[in-house]
Design a protein around this ligand. Structure first.
Ligand SMILES: [Zn+2]
Length: 186
C-alpha cells in the first residue's frame, strides 16, 4: 500500500511540475485546496509558537495525501464510496500519526494526524463542489453531498484552486511579503 501511496504522490508532484494534463488535472485542484485550507492553520501554529519546519512539513504531507481517497480507482472499489468518508480520514490520520510518531521525536504524531485527516477532509470538500454525489458522513448519516458548482474536470476551477492555494500558502508562511509587494507598488 505504501508503494501505491508514494506512486500517487509522485504522479501528483509530477503533475504540479509538468502542468495540466488529462485526469491528473483534478489532483492539482485538490492540492491547491489543501494549501488553501492549511493556511489558517499556518497562522494559528505561528501564533502558538510552533516550529515552522514541522508546520511546513505537515502542510506538504497533507497536500501529498490530498488525493488519497481516489485510491478507490486504483483498487477498483466503488468510486466515492468508503474512501470518501470522514471516518476514512480519521483512519488515515491515525495511520500517519503512528507512522510519523515513530519517525519524528516530539510532534510527529500530531503532524501525521493533521496531514492524514486534513488531506482526506480537504479532498471531500473539493469533491463536494462537483456533481457526483457521495456520502461523507457514513456510517453515522446517509446524507448525500454534491453542490454541483463545476465538473471535476473543469480546467478553470482546478487551475484557480491551485493558484489560490499557492498564494495563500506563501502569504500565510511569510505575511510580510504582502507589505513588501504593496510597498514596492508605490
Ligand atoms: Zn475523490
Amino acid at each position: 500500500m505504501l508503494s501505491v501511496i508514494s506512486l500517487q504522490s509522485d504522479i501528483q508532484l509530477g503533475s504540479i511540475t509538468f502542468g495540466w494534463r488529462g485526469r491528473t488535472l483534478y489532483r492539482e485542484g485538490h492540492a491547491g485546496l489543501s494549501f488553501l485550507l492549511f493556511s489558517p492553520l499556518m497562522f494559528l501554529f505561528r501564533v502558538l509558537g510552533a516550529d515552522m519546519n514541522y508546520v511546513v512539513a505537515t502542510c506538504v504531507l497533507m497536500v501529498a495525501l490530498s488525493s488519497i481517497p481516489d485510491l478507490d480507482i486504483q483498487f477498483e472499489i466503488k468510486h466515492r464510496g468508503v474512501t470518501h468518508t470522514l471516518v476514512f480520514g480519521v483512519v488515515i490520520g491515525i495511520l500517519f500519526g503512528i507512522l510519523m510518531g515513530y519517525s519524528y521525536e516530539s510532534m510527529g504524531w500530531l503532524m501525521g494526524f493533521v496531514a492524514g485527516f486534513g488531506g482526506t477532509a480537504s479532498h471531500l470538500v473539493g469533491d463536494s463542489f462537483t456533481y457526483s454525489k457521495f456520502q461523507p458522513f457514513r456510517p453515522f448519516s446517509d446524507k448525500e453531498i454534491a453542490f454541483g458548482f463545476f465538473k471535476a474536470s473543469n480546467k478553470t476551477a482546478n487551475g484557480t484552486m491551485f493558484v489560490l492555494g499557492i498564494v495563500a500558502f506563501i502569504i500565510s508562511y511569510e505575511p510580510s511579503i504582502v507589505a513588501q509587494i504593496l510597498g514596492s507598488a508605490y
